[in-house]
Design a binder for this molecule. Structure first.
Ligand SMILES: Nc1ncnc2c1ncn2[C@@H]1O[C@H](COP(=O)(O)OP(=O)(O)OP(=O)(O)O)[C@@H](O)[C@H]1O
Ligand SMILES: [Mg+2]
Length: 349
């Protein structure tokens, strides 16, 4: 991925360094800023340049010349179609759903989108991905608790459990999970006639505060997954490229289709991330099989992510992959597809 520093960005936009800096600081051009001990360094991936040009309705990069660094311009980045809800799913565990959902959500936030990351997995890995803390007694479980007691749930009840996670370059909102979520979700099966609608009911209360809601799901079929799928407009499938991965995808498709029919809810599989790919012939065979299947299903967004210790390292430090301090140029290629998907969704909005 091509990355520009401040001077190169200014040149691309035919601006002085000062004006380029002002446009970056007003977040009219999305970027990643690193604070060193002596100076700040700005990094602008080409994908962000393209995004800024398109979303501001400019013809070319040099049209930036006309722009004044006015934060009101940010409004032109805003969603026109209302909030989009995207679930990251696979019935198989350990394939990277959480890693990709969390990083994708962060990349959307970098593009100035208001993003709510919802953890529907009682393992609560998403909750801890950036926050590095536990949310016992302070999670989405509390909201389900109230619902199963048949008490009215308001937007205030939901907002009480949404926590902001602030980074240097962006802010995300998180609706965390905890271990006992699974139990309370199952309990709702006996309490409600249409239990699969309950997450959608919760999110409806706060939807207008966000441009995107990103949901991470557990690695199994069950009510938590059904709730997430029912609340979603789009599903992104995350898979590895191993034997049985293709079978697993078939099962997930079937599950999604059946649920869509049963509940009369239109949810579309929008992308496939083939993750943890190693350099080997056997992997390329599985990648081909998965890509073929995606093509048959009419899915255009198929991304491949290599296995990389950098993703794990950044996760261990609770930092988004693109913000991981050292060797940004080396990390961005691993993050590229997650950025690309974020740019694509943000542009559609
Ligand atoms: N591309 C990658 N390269 C190296 N490690 C990865 C990659 N993607 C994910 N991992 C690691 O694999 C492990 C599982 O990832 P993750 O938790 O995102 O998967 P998951 O599908 O959400 O798992 P679960 O089904 O348990 O929820 C984590 O330790 C994560 O850091
Ligand atoms: Mg997970």
């Amino acid at each position: 991925m091509e990355i520009h520093k401040l001077g190169e960005t200014a040149k691309k936009f035919h601006l002085s360094n000062e004006k380029a800096k002002a446009l970056l600081d007003a977040r009219i051009v999305p970027h990643i800023k690193k604070r060193g001990t002596h100076k700040e360094t700005y990094y602008v991936p080409q994908l962000f340049v393209d995004y800024a040009v398109k979303s501001l309705g400019l013809e070319k990069e040099k049209d930036f010349k006309r722009l004044e660094p006015d934060p009101a311009l940010l409004e032109r980045f805003a969603n026109k179609e209302g909030v989009k809800v995207i679930s990251f799913s696979n019935l198989k565990g350990g394939v990277g759903k959480t890693s990709i959902a969390a990083n994708f959500a962060y990349n959307l936030a970098l593009l100035n989108k208001r993003v709510l990351l919802v953890d529907m997995d009682s393992q609560a890995n998403t909750s801890r991905y950036f926050a590095n803390r536990y949310f016992v007694g302070e999670s989405i479980k509390n909201i389900f608790d109230k619902m199963t007691r048949k008490e009215p749930v308001t937007d205030e009840d939901v907002m009480r459990y949404i926590v902001p996670i602030s980074f240097d370059n962006a802010t995300l909102s998180l609706l965390p999970s905890e271990l006992s979520l699974g139990r309370i979700v199952e309990l709702s099966r006996s309490v409600f006639t249409l239990p699969h609608k309950k997450l959608a009911d919760i999110l409806k209360l706060v939807k207008d505060r966000y441009d995107f809601i990103v949901i991470d799901t557990p690695p199994s079929t069950g009510l938590s997954l059904h709730m997430a799928l029912f609340a979603s407009d789009l599903v992104s499938i995350v898979t590895d490229a191993e034997d049985f991965s293709v079978n697993g995808l078939n099962e997930l498709y079937l599950e999604i289709r059946e649920l869509a029919e049963e509940t009369d809810h239109d949810v579309r599989v929008d992308s496939v991330f083939i993750n943890k790919v190693k350099k080997s012939n056997i992997h390329s065979v599985y990648i081909e099989a998965i890509a073929e299947m995606a093509a048959e299903e009419g899915i255009e967004n198929v991304y491949v992510i290599k296995e990389s210790t950098r993703l794990k390292e950044s996760q261990n430090l609770h930092i988004p992959l693109v913000e991981y301090k050292k060797e940004l140029e080396k990390r961005l290629p691993i993050a590229e597809s997650m950025i690309e998907y974020a740019v694509e969704k943000a542009q559609e909005a």
